[in-house]
Every structure is written in structure tokens, then in C-alpha cells.
Design a binder for this molecule. Structure first.
Ligand code: ADP
Length: 166
């Protein structure tokens, strides 16, 4: 049996924090499915296709072609647990940066558990060098003309400047 995990989020855009969790997830599973949540009421900075392209480029650079081939990307617009069952991935991966993440994630995990007991959540701790990074703040820094290169892979930094920079 191949071990498949689903890593859900908005990835708008992919940050060094996401790359850190992806690297850890690749060490635990055969296939990591990055599930990009699409909310009809929200306009993302990058389209689904753009986010998929950035994830593919960054994965090849960061992990090499063989490991990058073990990452799949899909979109979902409903419940994460339903997306996991549809994708045949019985495990959800979530990254933990701090206590705030933990409190929120425990609530979400508890409700997901009740809705879909066959799907388990595993929490992976952020590495110290990336635990301060959030995609929301990265977008704000880019909008204000700040340097985002410490927070996101080079491919992503270039696209952020193009999209949001002054
Ligand atoms: P963000 O919270 O940065 O907007 P997402 O909603 O796309 O990003 O997050 C998807 C998942 O990635 C969540 O489990 C989140 O906790 C995790 N994550 C995001 N940034 C980091 C980080 N810097 N370190 C570890 N995990 C992270």
C-alpha cells in the first residue's frame, strides 16, 4: 500500500514555511498531495494554475526531479476531509508554527475527526528558521515594496514583485 497524505492550504503563494513542511511530509509518505483550497468568495493573489506552476518549479529545485514527482497538486472547494477521502489519502498534514496554530488546528482536527473518523491529522512542527513566516504577511510586505526573498523561494519572490510590487 502506498502512503498518501494530503497537505491542504491556500498556498497563495508557497512560502519557505510550506517548503519546510513539504520536505518533512515527503520523508513520511510516498505521495504528498498538495490540496489548494478555492473559496468562491475570495479573490486570490495567484490563480490556481499559477500556484500549481510555482509549486512544481519550487519542488524540482528544492527536492530534485524524483522527489518532486511524488508531489501531486489538486484543488478543492468543500470540506478538507472529503477532499482527502476523494483523493484516497487517509492522513492530513498540517504545519504548526506556534500556540495559536495549535489551538486552531486542534479545533479543526477535532471537528474533522468527528465528521470523518477514518481520516487522521498529523502535525509537523515548523523548523526554527521559518516559523515566523505566513503567506498573508509575505503578501503585505510585497505590496509595501519590501524584500520578500528571505521568506519565499526565488521563483515565488520574482512573481510576487511582478504581481504586487510597487
Ligand atoms: P498561511 O497560514 O501562511 O496563509 P496556508 O493557509 O496556505 O498558509 O497554510 C497551509 C498549511 O501550512 C497550514 O497547516 C499552516 O499551518 C502551514 N504553514 C504555513 N506557513 C507555515 C510555516 N511558516 N511553517 C510551518 N507550517 C506552515
Amino acid at each position: 500500500m502506498t502512503r498518501k497524505v494530503l497537505y491542504p492550504g491556500s498556498f497563495d503563494p508557497l512560502t519557505n514555511g510550506h517548503v519546510d513542511i513539504l520536505r518533512k511530509a515527503l520523508g513520511l509518505a510516498d505521495t504528498v498531495i498538495v490540496a489548494i483550497g478555492i473559496q468562491a468568495s475570495k479573490t486570490p493573489t495567484f490563480s490556481f494554475e499559477e500556484r500549481v506552476a510555482m509549486i512544481a518549479e519550487v519542488a524540482r529545485d528544492a527536492f530534485g526531479a524524483d522527489d518532486a514527482a511524488r508531489i501531486e497538486v489538486l484543488s478543492f472547494d468543500g470540506l478538507v476531509v472529503e477532499a482527502a477521502v476523494r483523493a484516497g489519502a487517509p492522513v492530513l498534514v498540517r504545519g504548526l508554527r506556534d500556540g495559536t496554530d495549535l489551538d486552531y488546528e486542534m479545533q479543526m482536527c477535532g471537528m474533522n475527526q468527528e465528521m470523518m473518523p477514518q481520516v487522521q491529522t498529523i502535525f509537523l512542527p515548523a523548523s526554527p528558521g521559518v516559523r515566523h513566516i505566513t503567506a498573508t504577511l509575505v503578501r503585505q510586505v510585497a505590496r509595501m515594496g519590501g524584500d520578500v526573498s528571505p521568506f519565499v523561494p526565488a521563483h515565488v519572490a520574482a512573481r510576487l514583485v511582478e504581481r504586487l510590487g510597487r
